[in-house]
Design a protein around this ligand. Structure first.
Ligand SMILES: C[C@@](CO)(OP(=O)(O)O)[C@H](O)COP(=O)(O)OP(=O)(O)OC[C@H]1O[C@@H](n2ccc(N)nc2=O)[C@H](O)[C@@H]1O
Ligand SMILES: Nc1ncnc2c1ncn2[C@@H]1O[C@H](COP(=O)(O)OP(=O)(O)O)[C@@H](O)[C@H]1O
Length: 274
């Protein structure tokens, strides 16, 4: 019998609980401080050993040339260090893009993790994070995929006590594609007076007053719809609502699942218990 080597997994999104852009770096990137929290909105990624390297996609159309897809980039990066057999990869895209949800970064990190398991490369989480950092600032987070406070480029992690078990999260993507580079271009970095972990330790109900995403101030004037969604989530009873990452997704955290939340038909929504 021929053994098929294959693996199906589900790269998930993240949200940012607070996001401070603290300074511009000499390499042109920015240092930040933010809590990254995994979310259950997922793509699907199947990798099957094959006669030649191929890549196909379904679901939401991904902008750009398929050759520059982060799944292929991740495969090619690992191939530089290992004699990887050819594979067929199929990505079913569900997580919206330019949405602040880190979907592309998650696909890249899951490609590394799946190839590591499939071909028994024995790469440690630390080594996988080193590869992931070369693919994007957000990628390394998705290797361990657990809540952390991220600093520097968003690729160095500190533990956090934050735990949102039992909260319902509602994610609202209004169909506005904001590129990460555009969003950073609108930011004036500022040094915070204290670290984010101090705010995360407080009750979620207090976060409204203290836990900020700096990209909101930079982007809400150009996209007033976003402030409207945030207000709608608060009106529906959210304990905390914010934009995630560089936008445009807005999320709300609810102790009790909200009823009667209505958004325009072209918006993409996800709701889940954390
Ligand atoms: C803003 C954040 C916050 O979690 O998330 P998203 O909104 O993208 O999900 C991240 O910092 C996004 O990380 P990621 O999407 O991986 O960015 P990259 O591909 O590495 O970089 C895209 C561009 O964003 C800018 N960039 C990114 C990260 C960073 N720390 N400083 C930057 O200035 C640079 O202009 C860079 O060329
Ligand atoms: N597998 C992928 N999934 C999504 N986007 C990808 C992928 N590979 C490359 N990209 C490119 O990365 C861009 C940013 O996507 P994504 O990381 O999902 O958004 P965000 O930075 O807002 O979290 C996309 O517009 C697309 O051009």
């Amino acid at each position: 019998m021929i053994k098929t080597i294959s693996m199906l997994d589900f790269p998930n999104a993240k949200i940012n609980l607070g996001l401070l852009v603290t300074e511009k770096r000499p390499d042109g990137f920015h240092n930040l401080e933010s809590c990254f929290y995994p979310m259950g909105w997922c793509d699907a990624l199947e990798i099957v050993q094959a006669d030649e390297l191929t890549f196909t996609m379904s679901g939401l159309p991904v902008p750009g040339n398929p050759d520059s897809n982060l799944c292929l980039k991740a495969y090619k990066l690992l191939q530089q260090g290992f004699q990887l057999p050819p594979v067929h990869m199929h990505l079913h895209k569900v997580i919206p893009m330019g949405a602040g949800l880190g979907g592309g970064s998650s696909d890249a990190a899951f490609t590394l993790k799946q190839l590591n398991s499939l071909f028994e490369l024995n790469l440690t989480p630390e080594k996988l994070e080193d590869y992931a950092r070369q693919l994007g600032s957000d990628c390394a987070f998705f290797i361990r995929n657990e809540p952390v406070v991220a600093v520097e480029k968003g690729d160095v992690f500190k533990p956090t006590s934050v735990n949102l078990d039992g909260y319902t999260c509602v994610l609202v993507y209004p169909g506005i594609h904001i590129t990460t580079a555009e969003a950073y271009g609108n930011i004036v970095p500022k040094k915070p007076s204290c670290g984010i972990e101090m705010f995360l330790k407080q009750d979620v109900g207090v976060w409204k007053e203290v836990l900020k995403n700096d990209f909101e101030e930079a982007l809400f004037p150009s996209y007033p719809e976003l402030a409207g969604i945030k207000q709608q989530l608060y009106n529906a009873g959210a304990d905390y609502a914010s934009m995630t990452g560089s936008g445009s997704t807005i999320y709300g955290l609810f102790k009790k699942e909200p009823a009667n939340l209505v958004f325009p038909g072209h918006y993409l929504l996800w709701k889940g218990l954390l």
